[in-house]
Design a protein around this ligand. Structure first.
Ligand code: TA6
Length: 295
């Protein structure tokens, strides 16, 4: 659907505009919050609850073209997280974030806007994912941000997925940030020669951090002492989470990431990753739900 067709179909329900790279962007605003979503990747690029400032970090150097991941915001990593275990040449973090999604509908009340998006095929990428499926992404924008990513297996064989809502949080000063709620959780360290460990206490960010946590049962907290601001992340149907900050050297190596970008972002990702992968039987669904609240 062209931007003009979207504008006429959703007139009065949301703003439809041409975003960076000519990509269609949906803008929603209500008495509690505002948000912007790029239809390429169903990519939430901005979420601003009233009086709390921008919650999501976006790279000033991100690319904006179909088939290339947007850097920042909330990438939808599906139907695999990180590298595809079977295909070396498959896109990193799956296909959903590089596909053009369908805007299904937008519903608003005074303090909440519900945006429904759908993906039912991965044209051009069937060699990596040839299942029949439906992917429904419901974004509820209000004083709280609720993300529901529902996979339905429309095929006649079981479907094995890993996935993550790869949220880039805006922080004032990374050296004053702690991630809480992972105490006692085992993790895989993806930096350097890897290794595993068990988190003791809170996670501060004082180097490159790329950790995949299992057994995550509690609310995750991004405590930012610099703003100050506290972000709560409640995940449902998820027992795993990822904490990532590229720090100095990796920031400099990434073309779509400012050299000093590491100072004002941290990824705390809601997922079903590695041991927390999910098998969905024919006709059944799995919903990954994340509820983000800013205090
Ligand atoms: O979630 C952390 C991670 O898997 C890191 O290893 C890093 O690669 C990051 O995702 C960014 O991935 P991307 O494909 O968006 O560059």
């Amino acid at each position: 659907m062209t931007i003009d067709e979207l504008k006429s179909k959703f007139a009065g329900k949301c703003i439809v505009k041409e975003g960076p790279g000519g990509l269609p962007v949906i803008g929603v605003c209500n008495a509690a919050a505002s948000a912007e979503i790029c239809l390429m990747g169903a990519h939430l690029m901005s979420y601003v609850p009233n009086g709390r400032g921008e919650v999501l970090w976006m790279s000033s150097q991100s690319s904006f073209e179909v088939g290339k991941a947007i850097r920042g915001g909330i990438p939808v990593c599906w139907p695999w997280f990180s590298k595809n275990p079977m295909f070396e040449d498959a896109p990193m973090h799956g296909l959903a974030r590089i596909m053009m999604w369908e805007l299904v509908d937008v519903f608003s009340t005074e303090k909440q806007t519900i945006v429904k998006l759908a993906l039912n095929a991965v044209p051009g990428y069937e060699q990596f994912w040839n299942y029949r499926f439906s992917l429904e992404y419901t974004i509820t924008v209000g004083a709280t941000l609720t993300l529901s990513l529902k996979t339905t297996n429309k095929d006649d064989r079981p479907m094995h997925i890993t996935q993550a809502l790869h949220t880039y949080f805006n922080v004032g000063d990374i050296t004053k940030v702690q991630v809480e709620g992972l105490d006692g959780c085992s993790y895989l360290n993806k930096v350097g020669d890897g290794g595993t460990g068990v988190r003791q206490g809170n996670r501060i960010i004082d180097c490159e951090v790329d950790e995949v946590y299992q057994g995550v049962k509690r609310t995750l907290v991004v405590r930012d002492g610099s703003i100050p601001r506290t972000i709560l992340v409640n995940n449902f149907n998820s027992n795993s989470a990822v904490v990532w900050n590229p720090w100095i050297a990796k920031s400099q190596r990434m073309a779509d990431f400012p050299d000093d970008g590491y100072k004002t972002m941290v990824c705390v990702e809601s997922g079903n990753v590695i041991d927390d992968a999910r098998d969905i039987q024919p006709g059944e669904s799995h919903e990954l739900l994340a509820v983000i609240t800013v205090k």
